[in-house]
Structures are given as structure tokens and as C-alpha cells.
Write a protein that binds this ligand. Structure first.
Ligand code: NAD
Ligand code: DAU
Length: 358
């Protein structure tokens, strides 16, 4: 999609972690675009993430569930969007193990519902239209000690979450092949940064260190993830949205692999410095606990396609990004307090109370 003319874009999941960074980037960088944030505000959606831009004249919020066809059709009919950037999803692997059907509903059926609505609203006139699906590297399964996921790697998902994202990717591709709906997909590695819900490794451990709670490392702690700063993911989405080839997939990654235990030790060191703790204080909180079932050993993205074709690369080092992330959480303790009250406590109890000891 070129960025010459005005356009209206529906961004789903815009109140969540990555979605809020994408909404902010588009609202501020493209004042001539109308940005409609369509979000159901589940436990993971939080309008506090967008306070700084909510009064912008080109920003609109619609609370709606992507599973409810009538709600979605009404929003399409009101705004007549040129494009959809679809991020709304159930996104946490551990929750998918507790409750797989929620993931099938939102990630698979919700996505198909949106595809149908876009197709119907565009009335088979697809010129200058785009359905952009934001997906994950977890669809590719797990790597051994070496190798990388490329855009050609066969799908081999292992968790209910990754299976649901793989299914949604297949539907998006099927709408391109069957109906010529213009689509693009990106598959990204682990994101971190401000506004991430503290169920994911980095913000959960920051919150626990603040409250001197134990740091539950799954299994032997030698699982490897490829970490990317969320604003770099948003920048990649911007590039792919405007310059990606229709029908294609782009892998996005940080060229930044860390074994969980090494990452946790770095996080502990930075937290001790920032909290003016004695060195080694936070590391004492590390507790090895029962492993996640079906735990993928290693993820690593080969991001050379987006690098070569679109000139994208990460803009911050991991140490810089992690330091900025910790500062954000320390400066936004109210945000943390709000999202960790109520339902979060029940989730934490359910997820971690039976995990102690291996
Ligand atoms: P998140 O859980 O922080 O946010 C998800 C958002 O979707 C929330 O605002 C929630 O309210 C909304 N939502 C959920 N169900 C909905 C429904 N039925 N209707 C409308 N809105 C609904 O997720 P995130 O980490 O920001 O991930 C966003 C997307 O990026 C997801 O599709 C995820 O699979 C993908 N992704 C995430 C990562 C990562 O590391 N977090 C990496 C790669 C890809
Ligand atoms: O790879 C992209 C994916 O990254 C996204 O698609 C998902 O939405 C996102 O949640 C993330 O999935 P992971 O399962 O890799 O992220 P999580 O933060 O849950 O876990 C990161 C690693 O840390 C993983 O190996 C499990 C481990 N872990 C996690 C938690 C929450 C622990 O050891 N202890 C924990 O308490």
C-alpha cells in the first residue's frame, strides 16, 4: 500500500501490548490516515496504553469482539476501511494450555470472521485494499541447537496457541488463493518493551523483583528465544504494510538469541542497579519450577528477507531496550498495580501454585 493518499485503517487489538505501539506509530506518523482501534478490551486490552494519543483527531476507538459478526460489520460499514491490520488475539501460551478453546474462537474463528467481513465490505473490489495479519514465529515449531526459521520453513506448531495462529495464517493465505483478497502476513519473534502484560517472562519477572517474589524459571532454564524491542516490530509492520508484496510472508526477528536463564540473570543485574540493591539480591529469587508442557526448545528467526527487501533492522541493542523497558515499568507502577489486581491474582495462583519444585 502506498502512503500517498488518505486512508482509513482498522487496527484490531490496538489496546494490547504490540497493538498499542502500532496504533501510536500510525496515528502520529500519518496524520492524514484515520486509525480505528477495534478491541474487545479483554484482560489484555487496556486503554491506559493509549492515553497520550487518545485525543488525536485521526484516532477512533470501537469496543467490539471480532467473534461478533454484526458488531464488526457495523464498524466496517461506518468507517469504510481501506485496510485492516489484525493483531487481536489470545496471545499467551500458558493460558492456551489451560483453555485451548478460547484460542480457537478468537484466533481462528475471529480471524475468519474478519476476513469475511473485509471481503464483503470491499465487495470484491480489492484495488488499494489490504488485510495484514500479524502472526508469530511459533507456527514454525522448535529448532535444535542450530538453524533458523525462514519464510519457507514448514509449519509445525506445538502449543494450542501456536496451532491456533498457524490455522489463522492458513485461512489468511487461503483467502488470497481462493478469493484474491489482498493479504500480507508477518511472523515475528518474542517482543518485549513498555505496556506488556505481566504474564509474559520479562514483565512478570520485573514485577516479581519489585515485590521480592520468586522468579519461576521453567524446566532447566536453557530454552532459547529471539528477543525484539516492540517499537522495532511496529516499525517493521509499518514497512510491510506500505511496501510488502501481496500474498507474501515476512519474518521479523531481533538477531538476538538468549537462553532464558542468561536473560533472567541480566535482568536481575539491571534491576539491582536500578533499585540500588546489593549486587546478587534479585538472583536469589530465581526458582526452577515444573516445565511448561510441549515447551519449544529454541526459536530463532532468519530476518534477511525483510532486511534485504525492505531495509529493516532492529534499532536498539537488547541491553538498551531492556534498560528502557525496566525504566518504564519502574516509572509506571500505577499501570502495573491496575493490571495486576483482580483477575491477575487468580491467574497467578492457578498458573504457579502447583509448579513449585521440579
Ligand atoms: P496482547 O495479548 O497484549 O493483546 C491482544 C489484544 O487483543 C488485547 O487488546 C485484547 O483486548 C484484544 N482482543 C483479544 N480478543 C479479542 C476479541 N475477541 N475481539 C477483539 N479484540 C480482542 O497481545 P500482543 O502480545 O500485543 O500480541 C498481538 C499480536 O501479535 C497477536 O496476534 C500475537 O499472536 C502476535 N505476536 C505477539 C508476539 C509477542 O511476543 N507478544 C510476537 C509475535 C506475534
Ligand atoms: O515467539 C513469539 C511468541 O512469544 C508470541 O507469539 C507469544 O504471543 C508470546 O507470548 C511469546 O511466547 P513465549 O511462550 O516464548 O513467551 P513467554 O514470555 O511466555 O515465555 C518466554 C520463555 O520464558 C519461554 O521459554 C517460557 C519461559 N518462562 C515463561 C514464563 C511466563 C519461564 O521460564 N517462566 C515463566 O514464568
Amino acid at each position: 500500500m502506498t502512503n500517498q493518499q488518505d486512508k482509513t485503517i482498522i487496527i484490531t487489538g490496538g489496546a494490547g501490548f504490540i497493538g498499542s505501539h502500532v496504533v501510536r506509530l500510525f496515528v502520529t506518523k500519518y496524520p492524514n490516515y484515520r486509525i480505528v482501534n477495534l478491541d474487545a478490551l479483554t484482560y489484555a486490552g487496556n486503554l491506559e496504553n493509549l492515553r497520550d494519543i487518545e485525543k488525536s483527531p485521526n484516532y477512533f476507538f470501537e469496543r467490539a469482539d471480532i467473534l461478533k459478526t454484526d458488531e464488526i460489520e457495523k464498524i466496517f460499514s461506518t468507517y469504510q476501511p481501506d485496510a485492516v491490520i489484525h493483531l487481536a488475539a489470545e496471545s499467551h501460551v500458558d493460558r492456551s494450555i489451560l483453555s485451548p478453546l478460547d484460542f480457537v474462537y478468537t484466533n481462528v474463528i475471529g480471524t475468519v470472521n474478519l476476513l469475511n467481513t473485509a471481503k464483503k465490505s470491499w465487495n470484491n473490489n480489492f484495488a488499494n485494499k489490504l488485510f495484514y495479519h500479524v502472526s508469530t514465529d511459533e507456527v514454525y515449531g522448535a529448532l535444535g541447537e542450530t538453524g533458523f526459521f525462514t519464510e519457507e520453513t514448514k509449519y509445525d506448531p506445538h502449543s494450542p496457541y501456536s496451532a491456533s495462529k498457524a490455522a489463522s495464517d492458513h485461512f489468511v493465505k487461503a483467502y488470497f488463493d481462493t478469493y484474491a483478497l489482498p493479504i500480507v502476513i508477518s511472523n515475528c519473534s518474542n517482543n518485549y518493551g513498555p505496556n506488556q502484560f505481566p504474564e509474559k517472562l520479562i514483565p512478570l519477572f520485573i514485577n516479581n523483583i519489585i515485590h521480592k517474589k520468586s522468579l519461576p524459571v521453567y524446566g532447566d532454564g536453557l530454552y532459547t528465544r529471539d528477543w525484539l524491542y516492540v517499537k522495532d516490530h511496529a516499525a517493521a509492520i509499518d514497512l510491510i504494510f506500505h511496501r510488502g508484496n501481496k500474498g507474501e510472508t515476512y519474518n521479523i526477528g531481533g538477531f538476538n538469541e538468549w537462553k532464558n536463564i542468561d536473560l533472567v540473570k541480566l535482568l536481575c543485574k539491571l534491576m539491582d542497579e536500578k533499585l540500588r540493591n546489593r549486587a546478587g539480591t534479585s538472583e536469589k529469587l530465581i526458582t526452577y519450577v515444573k516445565d511448561r508442557p510441549g515447551h519449544d526448545r529454541r526459536y530463532a528467526i532468519d530476518a534477511s528477507k525483510i532486511n534485504k527487501k525492505l531495509g529493516w533492522k532492529p534499532s536498539v541493542t537488547f541491553e538498551e531496550g531492556l534498560s528502557q523497558t525496566i525504566d518504564w515499568y519502574l516509572q509506571n507502577e500505577d499501570w502495573l498495580k491496575h493490571v495486576t489486581s483482580g483477575e491477575y491474582q487468580n491467574y497467578y495462583e492457578l498458573q504457579y501454585s502447583k509448579r513449585d519444585g521440579r
